[in-house]
Design a protein. Sequence first.
Length: 188
Amino acid sequence: MKEIVFVTHNTGKIASAQRYLKKVNLIPYKYELNEPRVEDITEIATAKVKEAYDIVKKPCIAQDTGFYIESLKGFPKTYVNFALETIGLDGILKLMENKENRKCSFKECLAYYDGKEIKYFYGIHEGTISEKIAGKERSRKWSDLWYIFKLKNFEMTLAEIDDEERDKILETDGSISAIKLFAEWYEK
């Protein structure tokens, strides 16, 4: 069986990846990778996967995700963790008060590096910002934004939906998963 190392401290990302990588031995390696302070998820994923490879010396994947709120000119973009650490979910909801346009999206880039070549896989999940924080802790949650993010044409936050129901919705709502695209490519 092929092996890939996923260098991340985010257990939710690991759980989500294992859902798709059925024919691969995914080896989680908990480590906080350095993230350049730039607005390009591809540049961040590239830096992370190269650093990961330098650490483990095996084929590996790294992923970066940005969160983009349309009425806030894309804020917080790739600075999600900074936004959550400073203003938090309450601050984001405060910024969204009286905003009619609540459209937002997660954009993700997964980079795979085998020591010779980097391959990229891109995903997007469109939705809206809820009016309030709602839901409970989920095993595959990789961001607290799940408590305020509602998938397009759906009335519950990701944190309110159980894993099985969310999987069904994600297959039909137009979402594109970077890890799923990677799994399809890699397992061929």
